[in-house]
Design a protein around this ligand. Sequence first.
Ligand code: RP5
Length: 155
Amino acid sequence: MSKPRVGILMGSQSDAEVMAQASQVLTEFSVEHEVKILSAHRAPDKTAEYARSAADRGIEVLIAGAGAAAHLAGTLAAHSLLPVIGVPLAASSLQGMDALLATVQMPGGIPVATMAIGKAGAKNAALFAIQILSRQDAGLFEKLAQYRAEMRAAF
Ligand code: RP5
């Protein structure tokens, strides 16, 4: 097995079902990835250490899904120069609006590419990661073109 190119992080085991959408898409495109539970609040040191060492391990893009006061994506972005894609999750009585605002409203200088709330966001996070990787990977670019063509044909 080759080294993971994408890291999928999530704030809790309770996020796993939704974030599996991201993993499924990356698997479909044969993109090596790793999945980890990390928390900006419950495991701040571990989260910072993961972000700081990810690029040196060959990771090229980070995807972070979290609910409620969702600071995981922003924390990863603060500790890494890798592109970070945030997926807000519906995990509280605010149905993901809290996570959406917490993820998208980054201060100027530390961007997080924020996707839709929930499963569509998790799926698109993987596709967006693939789009980033495909700029330097002709095989992946071709698979992406094929994916779009099949989508159009099936519509
Ligand atoms: C967030 O709080 C997690 O990302 C999760 O979406 C939410 C609830 O976590 P649990 O209380 O289920 O562990 O940090």
